[in-house]
Design a protein around this ligand. Structure first.
Ligand SMILES: [Fe+2]
Ligand SMILES: [Fe+2]
Length: 431
């Protein structure tokens, strides 16, 4: 017999057979399990699910069943004068007029609201990736149907508030890297795909690709994977085998999207042909493979590792732009734009109708950008230079995007940059 209980009615010893409510609101990767620990119980009671479905026959505890374990529906109070058919009409009306789960998923959220939801999505995804890697280690085929909802939840969070989840997942602890890296690459791929205006189906596939791209690492010993020093030749061969190992593992499943197979196999290839496993170069590398290479390295260098402190987003982008032959340079610029990262010297337009030059970052984590505003787009004339600090969450003024010196007819752009940067600016947060 199945009982619908409120979360606070669940006890240790009860067998959970499912949850009522949205998938993302329940705190477990599996939805069928025996509640055995106080920690499991606390997570159920603190969750946002509307009801917990308890399988009475598989539960070890049936205490309180006489009163407390009635199905939720049977305990509903019917106001006097209302007959059961009225309740049926009300329920149908509620179902018709309630927002659909997809509509709810895209309801805009404040930064603080989304931060709580994104933290839950990240935690759930991390545990799912651990499960996935464990199964792969045991040689089990990867179940694409379990991965797609994770990519969807990450994608929904980014759609509601593009920066929250990306910022949170970058702040991973050193020991969380292995699993959260997959979640981070998933989020970066989704954000990048949307910026490139790819179809939503492709964006979702790229998310799955991010989650699965390093699954071949299960074949590498942990001491090699986390080794701080230089790898021996044998160890390097083992590490460089992970794209092929991952690809052959994923190819065993029929429901893995093509983009995921492609990114898994090619995310360590380089534009000049010096990457692995195929040594492919230039046009031989698909868009998905080039995107995967960028997102993978960006997350690696902006994360704290046992042997290296994290770079700020700006430092990472500048370094990646200085490695000739590694990435597709035009795609790398697009990637920077997708994250709102503008290297020093970039001409940007602000939402207040002015142009400025990026002169650096104001905060320790490199997220607040300092822009020297010097040109009024309405008057089509230079104005007295003003330095302003723009946090990533700023609504007004905010950076709209890169601007083209050619479009604005700044004929001698390098000389203009020098002149503007040499001037003494005012400091004004509201240009
Ligand atoms: Fe990799
Ligand atoms: Fe990776």
């Amino acid at each position: 017999m199945l009982l619908h209980l409120k979360p606070e009615q669940v006890e240790i010893g009860m067998f959970v057979g499912g949850f009522d409510g949205r998938w993302i609101d329940h705190p477990f990767w599996r939805s069928r399990f025996l509640v055995e620990t106080a920690d499991q119980l606390a997570r159920i009671r603190e969750s946002d699910v509307t009801a917990v479905i308890v399988d009475r026959d598989r539960s070890r505890v049936v205490s309180g069943a006489s009163e407390e374990m009635f199905p939720v529906e049977r305990r509903t109070t019917i106001p006097s004068g209302m007959t059961p058919p009225y309740r049926g009409v009300e329920r149908r009306r509620a179902a018709i007029f309630a927002p659909s789960p997809r509509a709810r998923a895209f309801r805009p959220a404040t930064y603080a609201q989304e931060r709580r939801r994104a933290a839950r999505v990240i935690d759930k995804s991390r545990r799912a990736v651990i499960d996935l890697f464990e199964s792969a280690r045991l040689g089990r085929a990867v179940d694409g149907d379990k991965i797609a909802p994770l990519a969807q939840a990450i994608s929904d969070s980014i759609a509601r508030h593009s920066r929250v989840l990306l910022n949170l997942v970058r702040l991973k602890q050193k020991d969380e890297y292995t699993y959260l890296h997959s979640v981070a690459v998933c989020a970066l791929m989704i954000n990048f795909g949307r910026h490139l205006k790819l179809s939503e189906a492709e964006v979702q596939e790229l998310g799955v690709a991010g989650l699965l791209h390093d699954v071949g690492k299960v074949a590498i010993a942990d001491d090699v994977l986390l080794k701080p020093g230089k790898l021996t030749l044998g160890e390097r061969v083992s590490v460089e085998g992970h794209p092929l190992a991952g690809h052959s593992l994923l190819a065993q499943s029929s429901d893995i999207p093509t983009a995921a197979l492609e990114v898994c196999l090619r995310h360590h290839e380089k534009m000049d042909g010096t990457g692995y496993p195929g040594g492919l170069s230039g046009e031989a590398l698909s868009l998905y493979a080039r995107m995967g290479a960028i997102c993978d390295v960006y997350d690696a260098v902006t994360s704290d590792r046992p042997y290296k402190a994290a770079w700020t987003p700006c430092e990472a982008l500048s370094a990646m732009q200085s490695w000739p032959g590694h990435f597709d340079p035009r795609l790398l610029d697009q990637f920077a734009d997708s994250l709102g990262i503008f290297p020093v010297g970039t001409l940007v337009s602000l939402s207040t109708g002015v142009l400025g030059i990026v002169t650096g970052s104001a905060s320790e984590n490199g997220e607040a950008i300092v822009v020297r505003v010097f040109f009024d787009c309405d008057l089509l004339a230079e104005c007295a230079p003003v330095d302003c600090e723009i946090p990533p969450t700023a609504r007004e003024p905010r950076i709209v995007g890169r601007a083209s010196p050619t479009f604005w007819r700044f004929d001698d752009w390098p000389a203009m940059v020098q002149r503007v940067l040499a001037a003494t600016p005012d400091v004004d947060p509201q240009p």
